[in-house]
Structure formats: structure tokens, C-alpha cells
Design a binder for this molecule. Sequence first.
Ligand SMILES: [Zn+2]
Length: 256
Amino acid sequence: MREKNMLRILEKSRYTVVLSGIGMMQESGYPLLRDGEESYDIEEKYGYSFEEIFNSGFYSARKELFFKFYKEVILKAAENPPGAGFYDLKKLQDFGLVQSIITRRIAGLEDRAGCRNVLNLKGTVFDNVCPSCGRHYSVEYVKNARGVPLCEKCLTALRPQVCLFGEMIDNSLMTKAAEEIAKADVLLVLGTNLSTPLCSQMLQYYTGTNLILVEEMEHYTDQQADIVIRSRCDDFLEQIAAEYERENMDQIGEKK
Ligand SMILES: [Zn+2]
């Protein structure tokens, strides 16, 4: 049985790292802002593409429009709660089957589902900072501000602590991520293919034994994985968590 085999692999692994991809987010009901239907709506409404607006240059030059877009599109999408897959991922962490999680998505879904040891490579919308005095602000503060959100103390325009297009990921975060990957026996890639930046920049550090890819869509890089599972991520995670619970209930029964 597939779940059993997967569970054995996770149980044997001393250190399992999850790369949480865009598929996990889509399963939570998130729109594909860059490539999906929404990209046309964005261009029509704002006169620029997602990549043009959600860009460091645009943030510097056109703060009014940047924050209009940011609040209406990015923060609106982030109101979607984490889907079931994230809660099952947390269960796997609770069972000791997953040690850390790395993602480039900025909605903080792993954190919100209660996952631990999460590396948000591109930051999250939940942290906003004043570039001048360094004071931090909540997402509600940004949401509720009229127009451009300003620092209460020094009236400087705030900056969401996320990596915009045109910006590099913080070097110390990349180093941390590389260290995590290097520790991993098992790398569990969820909802993305191996050519995306989340994977391609990280795989060079991986020296473990089982690279497991869970992704519905085929891709020519799939052959780099040791095991490919064609499934929704939430279904997969639910089955593994359920199998673990079933087996451990049996053990408790036997001990009695
Ligand atoms: Zn300030």
C-alpha cells in the first residue's frame, strides 16, 4: 500500500524537510495571480501586470498605486485561511515525521496552521516595517490605513517585509535554507515541479536518500525525484497522517 510505504520512509528518516510549493496554496483556494485568469483582471484594472506592480521599482516610484493593489489583491487573497493540507502537515510535524518547512509563498499559511520551524524565504504579509525607524506593524494596520500606510512615529511609508519582484532573497535566509536541505535524509516536495526556484536553487544542497515529489502535473524534471506521487497534496498528507494514526492506535491496542 502506497501510504504505508511512504510512512515507512518518513519514519526511517532522521530529518525530513518539506518544500511547500504553490500547489499547496492553490488547494487552499488561492488565485494564481501571475499566470491565472486573475492576471488579466489585474492588468485591466491597474494598467500593469502583477510582476510590474508587485515590484521594488514600482514600490519606490508609485506607492499609492502599489498599496491600492497590495490591499485589494494581495491582502484580499491572504484572507483565505490555510487549507486542510497545511493542518495535516502540522500533524506530521507533531508525529515527528517532518522537521522543517521551506516556502517562497508570502501568505504565511504554514505558520497560520501552527507549523513550526518554517522558513519563509520571501517573508510574509504579516510583518511590515518602517524603513526609517525599524518599527514593526501588523497586517491589520496596513489594511486599515487610508492610502499609503505610514509609520506612526516618523510618518515614513511602511514596507511589507516580503521579497518583491526585482529583489533578491535575504542571504542569511538562503544560507539557513541550504543548511536545512543539507541535513535532510528525505526531501518532500509538495505542489510544484523541480524546475521552480524553490527547488532548483535548493536541490544542489541535497544529499539525502529519498526525494519525494507530490504533484499532479507532469514535468520533464520529474525524473530527478526518487518517488513521484500524482496526487493533490492535501489528499496525500491526509492519507499519511491517517495511516500513522491508524497504526499507532493499533500499537496502543496491542500494549493493553
Ligand atoms: Zn518609523
